[in-house]
Design a protein. Structure first.
Length: 498
């Protein structure tokens, strides 16, 4: 459908913009964009969407060949817009190339999203299950939503078994107390091999959620132990230099001098790709072992007070970071409500069905005490008791009043949840006109659906009242009120950016 193709092209345009900036920063100059793929051409490509997409994929494939995982890792900073990272994830998962490079890039982007949630702490919220059954993790729910328009691979049982090996790995990681033991464990190579065994299943949201959580915990432990080990090595080097010495020890037959140690850049190493920097990490580990075994100076020289004095001196000498030039705020895009097409309604119905199923899975496995608060991608969705009961109902296929009431409640909750998600997307894509327009169009379609749904709900509530089901009628009126409030927020949001 044209709507799906436009969305796909918007994703690719976002990836192209990120790649252009990355290469410009790396090369110190612009990489020319093909004439038929520049911003102006993409705005007038309505009639040739399939051909434009094919050309865009070829162009991005070429740029991919110039961009290494290490470059991508350095380019993804805390300041990177989550919308850009999500577009990159959609792009890599859609490509699903059976190469280490594409898998590593997907791995990096998914882990970046895990480490930098839109709402601080949202991935740490855990659900409660019945009979030991746990609901999907909030991060996996978020990945399912991000990749909702992407053909993700299935997850065969043998790969589910492989995925269960990450829990023992995490437990092993938590027990490391020094950098040498971590490096000697072979953990990096073992996990990399496990990721390769997962093959195309690696791109499944459940796998990416599991791997990202492991990467974050392992990365924190790795950085912590590496910084500690390198700090001790540099303390040895500084103390030796103060005593007039120059050679610390010998590693692999090569003398390691004070200058060598001083030249080790902690930040640069930690930001590098682990695979490319592995040999340097190994040398740091061997150097630490040698210094632990035969220190060139007495440890008493490395007193806490002496270390603190040296740290203060180093901090004073460090150059101050230059302040970024203030940029004038971009002019807000102008919103013009489009005519709603049958294709848009059909596409939105598919998204609503996925939202309904996602909420239903959570409500049915969660502890009754907690099932009324459903973790969504950007927010927690609060359900009334009647709405939670509707999602848990086993009689939805019946043709009677109670089934009509339950289906009405589910419909209104799902529309409200979708409006909330699209409003958050709208706020975060103000600077990306193509994506902003798509989200704004979705809000307009959802508002139309909300209007129709509230009208239908009024008829069902009237039938419930006439049939003596006053409680059911009141539950519908409560849900209608919630949906109208959400719709009012959406209308005001669109009005404010118009």
């Amino acid at each position: 459908m044209a709507e799906d193709l436009r969305f796909e092209l918007a994703i690719l345009a976002t990836v192209q913009g990120f790649y252009q900036k990355l290469l410009r920063d790396t090369l110190g100059g612009e990489v020319p964009i093909p004439r038929d793929l520049d911003e102006d051409a993409l705005r007038h490509t309505e009639r040739e969407l399939p051909n434009t997409l094919a050309r865009m994929y070829r162009w991005l494939h070429l740029l991919d060949m110039a961009i290494t995982p290490a470059m991508l890792r350095q380019a993804l900073t805390p300041d990177t817009d989550s919308e850009v990272a999500e577009a990159l994830l959609r792009y890599f998962v859609r490509r699903r190339e059976a190469t280490d490079i594409n898998r590593d890039k997907t791995d990096l982007v998914a882990t970046f999203l895990y480490r930098h949630p839109r709402v601080p702490g949202q991935w740490e919220q855990s659900g409660y299950g019945l009979d030991g059954a746990l609901p999907l993790s909030p991060f996996e729910i978020a990945l399912i939503e991000i990749l909702a328009d992407t053909d993700v691979p299935s997850l065969p049982e043998e790969h589910v078994q492989l995925l269960r090996r990450f829990d023992p790995f995490l437990e092993e990681v938590s027990r490391f107390r020094d950098f040498n033991s971590l490096m000697d464990s072979g953990m990096i190579a073992r996990v990399r091999e496990l990721k390769q065994w997962l093959d195309s299943s690696f791109y499944h949201p459940g796998v990416l959620a599991t791997v990202s959580a492991y990467n974050a915990q392992f990365g924190n432990k790795f950085d912590e132990l590496f910084v500690k080990a390198l700090g001790e090595i540099k303390n040895f080097g500084q103390a030796l230099e103060e005593m007039g010495g120059t050679i610390l020890t010998t590693v692999d037959g090569v003398e390691v001098t004070v200058e060598h140690v001083a030249a080790i850049q902690e930040k640069q190493l930690l930001e590098a790709d682990y695979g490319n920097a592995f040999e340097k990490f190994r040398r740091v580990s061997k150097l630490k072992k040698e210094l632990d075994r035969r220190p060139p100076i007495r440890r008493s020289l490395l007193t806490p007070s002496a270390q603190a004095q040296r740290s203060a001196s180093s901090a004073a000498a460090a150059p101050k970071a230059a302040k970024a030039a203030a940029k004038a705020p971009a002019a807000p895009p102008v919103f013009q409500p489009p005519a709603i097409t049958a294709q848009q309604l059909s596409a939105e119905e598919g998204k609503l069905r996925r939202v309904e199923e996602s909420i239903r899975v959570f409500v049915r496995v969660a502890d009754p005490k907690y099932r009324q608060v459903v973790p969504m991608r950007f927010f927690n969705l609060t359900l009334t008791q009647a709405e939670a009961d509707a999602y848990n109902a086993a009689f939805l296929e019946e043709k009677n009043l109670r089934a009509d009431v339950a289906r009405t409640l589910i419909r209104m909750v799902s529309i409200s949840a979708r409006i909330g998600t699209e409003l958050e997307e709208l706020k975060r894509s103000q600077k990306m006109s193509s994506l902003w327009k798509l989200h704004a169009d979705s809000v307009v379609v959802l508002l139309d659906m909300a209007s129709t749904s509230t009208e239908d709900a009024g008829s069902i509530a009237k039938s419930a009242e006439q049939g003596g089901a006053g409680a059911a009628a009141r539950s519908i009126h409560e849900s209608v009120s919630k949906l109208r409030n959400q719709s009012d927020v959406a209308v005001k949001t669109l009005a404010n950016v118009s």
